[in-house]
Design a protein around this ligand. Structure first.
Ligand SMILES: Cc1cc2nc3c(=O)[nH]c(=O)nc-3n(C[C@H](O)[C@H](O)[C@H](O)COP(=O)(O)OP(=O)(O)OC[C@H]3O[C@@H](n4cnc5c(N)ncnc54)[C@H](O)[C@@H]3O)c2cc1C
Ligand SMILES: C=Cc1c2[nH]c(c1C)Cc1[nH]c(c(CCC(=O)O)c1C)Cc1[nH]c(c(C)c1CCC(=O)O)Cc1[nH]c(c(C)c1C=C)C2
Length: 465
């Protein structure tokens, strides 16, 4: 029997799920319900009339896939300064992250000893026995406290806007966790290579990205082009109904399916794919599913203030991807991205200018800035320009700026996240709920992970298409 499937949430996870569902003959129609007036979720680009592009959310994606947007791709090679130069701001100055053999055998500040000693510690440290632990505890145990306090503290701020002292190594960095489990050591595991099964042959585009050593990519008119292209494709398939301004307020079971209540009307479906943040799904589930809602609510989110700045001329003291600031140096300011270095194609044409993005808050938002509702955009603009002045020595005022406070934008996988996911899946299976989960709340926050989750959600329903 053909099914009607409702997909909740029009972020990149929901859009990908719709795309794969729409190709299956087992599905009669797909209904996408998006609460806001646009699709794309956190993929949001400001396109200025003069041609400059600024990103509020993701600006670079790692692995490439055939998206039909080949002509729009802006790849960044591992050989470029944007990939090679990443900095840490420690002790009031910028330090380039060590790379290559020289960077491993010599002592390079801010570290007080060569990184090779951390590798030796890893080789002689026995396997841990815990089912999960914090990223900080894992790295301290295997590589030493200094790497945990500086490099890994920064890494977790620069990916999760989160605190490595509460984030789970098993869920945030699964390859590190498995290397220790399977090989007893991170470095030995990397030398021996991952144990992998047979993989599908790479497409022409993937081969090109491997040959040219792409570290990441963006799109000529910004990352928002991706959801726009997906929306066009869904509409032209004729099998997906895209509803915007359709916030889901309640899910009620009806027979073997669902009645989905909206502010204005309702929709019936045989199956629901939720690509909502876990806490948003928790608040619309029926009271009978209270224990499922409780598990979902435990997957918390953090808020990030994002300030895009443009300065006249070339003002950076060093070229690179950007710099991160450890929580011991500054609780609130997480990092600064040097956007005009990685993607000069997004600069305004003609006179040179420098585009930067300052990110603030995350797990430290409340502690550093107070309640989200009480802080103004003007305040964050002041904080951002002050950080640029003291970290990069740029004393000029920006010629253009834009501030966005992204409330609850990155999920936090705290220790025990894997067990929570197991409980959630068990609840859904045991109660035979016609519900499948996708999106950043569960198995990875990167755009790649979320696209994968949307595809897997569709395939779990209709098989590979
Ligand atoms: C500042 C920032 C920088 C980032 N940088 C990168 C990067 O460089 N590289 C990278 O790979 N990833 C990056 N990410 C992560 C990535 O962008 C996100 O994890 C991903 O976009 C999440 O997609 P999603 O579909 O799961 O969720 P979302 O984008 O959150 O989409 C969920 C959708 O559900 C809708 N919704 C919510 N409630 C309801 C409701 N009740 N009814 C109907 N609809 C509802 C929302 O309006 C939204 O459109 C970044 C994220 C942020 C915030
Ligand atoms: C300062 C805060 C943030 C910066 N980017 C993000 C935050 C919160 C969000 C983010 N960045 C990346 C991802 C995807 C992760 C993935 O697995 O691909 C997300 C959600 C990419 C990324 N950014 C940095 C790293 C090491 C990665 C992982 C992939 C890669 O190696 O490219 C570091 C980094 N992020 C920011 C800066 C200023 C910075 C380093 C200088 C901004």
């Amino acid at each position: 029997m053909q099914k009607t499937v409702a997909v909740l949430g029009g972020g990149v996870g929901g859009l990908t799920a719709c795309y794969h569902l729409s190709k299956s003959p087992q599905v009669s129609q797909v209904v996408l319900l998006e609460g806001s007036g646009r699709v794309g979720g956190w993929l949001s680009s400001t396109r200025r009339a003069d041609g400059a592009v600024f990103e509020r959310g993701p600006r670079g994606v790692r692995h490439v896939a055939e998206l039909g947007l080949e002509g729009e791709l802006l790849p960044v090679s591992y050989r470029s300064v944007a990939a090679k130069n990443r900095f840490l701001y420690v002790g009031g100055r910028l330090h380039r992250m060590p790379t290559g053999l020289g960077g491993v055998i010599r002592t390079i500040p801010p570290f007080s000893r060569p990184l090779v000693l951390s590798a030796l510690k890893d080789l002689v440290t026995p396997r841990g026995a815990a089912e999960d632990e914090t990223v900080h505890a894992f790295v301290t145990r295997r590589l030493g406290a200094e790497l945990a306090d500086l490099a890994v503290d920064c890494l977790c701020r620069g990916v999760f806007a989160g605190d490595c002292r509460v984030l789970s190594v098993r869920s945030c960095f699964p390859p590190l966790f498995s290397l220790e489990r399977e090989r007893g050591s991170i470095f030995l595991g990397m030398l021996l290579g991952a144990r992998s099964g047979a993989e599908a042959p790479p497409s022409a585009l993937v081969r090109r990205s491997q040959e040219e050593r792409w570290a990441q990519w963006s799109l000529r008119r910004g990352m928002q082009t991706l959801p726009e292209a997906l929306e066009d494709r869904l509409r032209s398939s004729g099998r997906v109904h895209v509803h915007k301004h359709a916030a889901v307020t309640r899910l009620e079971t009806q027979g073997s399916g669902w009645e989905i209540k909206l502010q204005d009307g309702s929709v019936k479906a045989d199956h629901v794919v939720s690509a909502l943040p876990a806490q948003a799904l928790a608040s619309v589930l029926p009271p009978a599913a209270q224990s499922l809602s409780e598990q979902l609510r435990e997957i918390s989110m953090v808020t990030v203030a994002v300030v895009n700045l443009e300065y006249e001329g070339s003002v950076l003291p060093v070229p690179g991807f950007g710099h991160l600031i450890p929580s011991s140096e500054d609780r609130g300011v997480l990092g600064v991205v040097y956007d005009s270095v990685a993607f000069p194609e997004h600069n305004r044409p003609g006179d040179p200018s420098t585009r930067l993005t300052v990110m603030m808050g995350g797990a430290w938002f409340q502690e550093a800035y107070g309640n989200v509702g009480d802080v103004t955009e003007k305040f964050f603009l002041g904080q951002a320009t002050r950080a640029v002045r003291s970290h990069l020595g740029v004393s000029a005022q920006p010629i253009w700026s834009s501030v966005a406070i992204l409330k609850d934008c990155i999920p936090q996988y705290h220790v025990g996240h894997w067990k929570r996911l197991e409980n959630i899946r068990h609840y859904i299976g045991h109660h035979n709920l016609p519900l499948t989960l996708a999106g950043a709340s569960y198995g990875g926050v990167s755009v790649n992970d979320v696209i994968f989750s949307g595809r897997k959600a569709a395939e779990s329903l209709v098989g590979e298409v």
